[in-house]
Design a protein around this ligand. Structure first.
Ligand SMILES: [Zn+2]
Ligand SMILES: [Zn+2]
Length: 307
């Protein structure tokens, strides 16, 4: 059995059963037991549709990532046997890989064009977790898995760790769980930490990139705690405002295409519209996260920063 068929048959099936069981529990908890949270039908339907259809699309394009991993495997420095201990080490290292991918996904418009789909809902529930872009294998950041294979981990194990990480992250997308015990909140990504990540409030932007372990955000200075005085406002700084699947999946790519086709730009400026942070513009007419946070007084303005 190839890696591809293994991942997309067994794990895909079990993941789907797991996802929909938990989603059903969340719906019952909210509707019947008045648990905290909202699941509007139209928004949830788009999430489920995006998620279900992304599986075959990702399976068709997975050859890009899997091909790269197979290509580098003969050049591995060591051959690490798959045991419980090496699985745990691989999972932690792959979680760091996810942090790097996720941070780039928010800081580079080319990758953001794929990831924006996940942030395009103005709700926060388990169905939002299923709302994922379909172009992750085209972004280039899946190549962050290459060092793990070069170090000697089995590509199947590396791929499995990524799928397991995504499955764990699915459970974070809920308002029905408020806070977990302090030690859990200190080490692991939790619904509270990930609510911050999905918020468009100025102080919450570009924070908490973690997959499973929040320690990466604490280490690299991107952690922001959820403040009860400032509830998250979910969605984008500028929301898409549609439930049209095609528009949700492609709107940022269309934006990039329109920007690079604008007349009179230098090559460097066109390059900026593809790879600079979202909100960058050649004439400063748009706002990046840094601009928004400076306006909100969260970051110092350049003048104030100069002694
Ligand atoms: Zn994100
Ligand atoms: Zn999320």
């Amino acid at each position: 059995m190839t890696i591809d068929s293994f991942i997309h048959s067994r794990i895909g099936l079990y993941s789907a059963i797991f996802f929909f069981s938990l989603l059903a529990i969340e719906i019952v908890a909210i509707k019947r037991f008045r648990a905290r949270g909202r699941i509007p039908a139209k928004d949830a339907a788009l999430g489920v549709l995006t998620g279900v259809l992304s599986d075959p699309v990702n399976a068709l394009s997975a050859f890009i990532t899997l091909g790269a991993l197979s290509l580098v495997e003969p050049f591995r420095l060591f051959t690490i046997p798959t045991t419980l201990a090496t699985f745990l080490i691989c999972f932690v290292l792959d979680d760091l890989r996810f942090y790097c991918h996720h941070r780039v996904a928010h800081r580079c418009r080319w990758v953001w064009a794929m990831h924006v789909v996940h942030h395009s809902s103005e709700e926060y529930n388990l169905a939002v977790a299923l709302r994922q872009g379909w172009t992750k294998h085209f972004t280039g950041t899946m190549l962050f898995k290459v060092p793990l294979v070069l170090a000697g981990f089995d590509p199947v194990l590396v791929t499995f760790c990524g799928v397991l990480n995504a499955t764990i992250q699915f459970m974070l997308h809920t308002e029905t769980i408020d806070r977990l015990p302090r030690w859990v909140e200190a080490i692991f990504n939790t619904p509270s930490h990930h609510r911050v990540h999905h918020a468009s409030n100025a102080r919450y932007l570009d924070a908490n990139y973690a997959g499973t372990l929040i320690i990466w955000d604490r280490l690299f200075g991107t952690f922001v705690a959820e403040d009860r005085q400032e509830p998250p406002v979910y969605g984008l700084v500028k929301n898409v405002g549609t439930f049209n699947l095609f528009t949700v999946l492609t709107h940022e790519y269309v934006g990039i295409a329109k920007d690079i086709a604008r007349p009179g730009l230098t090559l460097r400026q066109r390059f900026g519209y593809v790879f600079a942070p979202p909100g960058w513009s050649h004439d400063g007419s748009r706002q990046t996260t840094a601009d928004i946070q400076r306006d909100a007084g969260i970051l110092p303005t350049p003048a104030a920063a100069t002694p």
